[in-house]
Design a protein around this ligand. Sequence first.
Ligand SMILES: [Zn+2]
Length: 506
Amino acid sequence: MEDEKRIEDEKRIEDETSKELLHKILNSVELLKKEQDALSAKVDSYETQTNDQFKKLQDQLKPNDKNEKSKVKEIQQPKVTSKGSKAYPDIVILTTYPDQFGIKPIPLEWGESDPNVRGPVLASRHPSSIKVRNAIGAYGGSYCVYRALAVAMGALDPQHRPDFQNTEPTVTIGPHPQWGMPDKIVSLDPFGHLTTTLFDSQIAQGLDIRPTIAITKAHMKVAEIENLVKDGRLKVDGNVVLNDSGELNVVKAAVEPVWYLPGVASRFEIDEGTLRRALFEDTGGMYPELITRPDLKVFLPPIGGLSVYIFGNPAFISDPSKRLTVRVHDECNGSDVFGSDICTCRPYLIYGMEESVREAQNGGAGVVVYFRKEGRALGEVIKYLVYNARKRSAGGDTADNYFLRTENVAGVKDMRFQALMPDVLHWLGITKIDRMMSMSNMKYDAIVGSGISIYERVPIPDELIPQDSRVEIDAKIAEGYFSTKKAPTKEELSQVKGRGWDDIQH
Ligand SMILES: [Zn+2]
């Protein structure tokens, strides 16, 4: 009884403290907003006047009270003296507010099939665009940080506007009916590759609208494919496989993430407010507008995007009368590029390409989607920490501990959260997949759950599995990954062992 009362008391105190804290935060946000409003109103009204007057305004805004001065000193900015110092206006606009003077975002109706009604995605803080922009974040995904560096170093003029001449897509993708279904696509802009054509008049008027998707053509050479051609296991058709050195003819697209926040929240079955708060807090408070601009529903997150590789006629992808093979791959740099043998990533990726080529040669088409979600989106540092923990486990690196070790280090076993992944398939107009080159139950569930049928799931053939990666693949099969074989038991899993440190020669 006493215990219960104590817990109740503690809970009450906790509740009161958090209420008080919340109140304090709200008050300071309110104060900040008022100050910012006053500041921007002043800046706005002086904007068109001469530099002298602007200087005067700045003097007026300088603190004169002794206390205030010392406060300001504490948060004094590092000196700006380098070449890039003239890149930005003297006054920093920390954030904006919906009812602020001059703020008038251009309309953006997510999920509208008519691009003129939908409107462009405008994320720029360029002086021509900051007041009318309708998206939070910056163009370029994670590369916006490099852009900032280039500006800071004086290597890039922040006012530089891209010359889009001849940058248009090399093939036509869409429009597809899915583009006008608000719940089908929430993590990329379906019109992202058509921006410069659809919104050319707004761009000509000075708005800094940029494409978030680019589509091009290429030839590519992959050692494994070359061997298949040399061994006669893949034929040269002059269209998909161009010659006996295995050169492939592809159409490829690069896609940057564009998130419609209410749609992303609903995919994860959370509320938009929680999503915004988490994105604000866990990026070190990088995007205050996630909090101050509830009217802006679109966010360009600073993360990697994806690439699409198309084998065969791109028009066949959305044609239900043509067969389609698909591999959706999440980045694994160690295996994909450097050939590390602890996992099956590169072998499965190449197998996905091989089968896509075959499908295209047989009159269908193949698609390989490559997501920048390194190490199950936990990142490569976490991944290597887990490798060490696995190899140093008492009893060795066994399949039964595979997911547990990841969870010990990262707190979760996977952060790829495949819920957003099918968006790119809907962008391509895919309605069914004949052959899905994946064993992942998460990918399968996400795709089928989004309304795309999968007729056949194709596991990686045994002969393509590197010895050391049996740990990973068996752990995954036991966890529910698709396999044509029986899932291993707990006892069997503990017998599947990877290489120990002693076997690795340095
Ligand atoms: Zn891998």
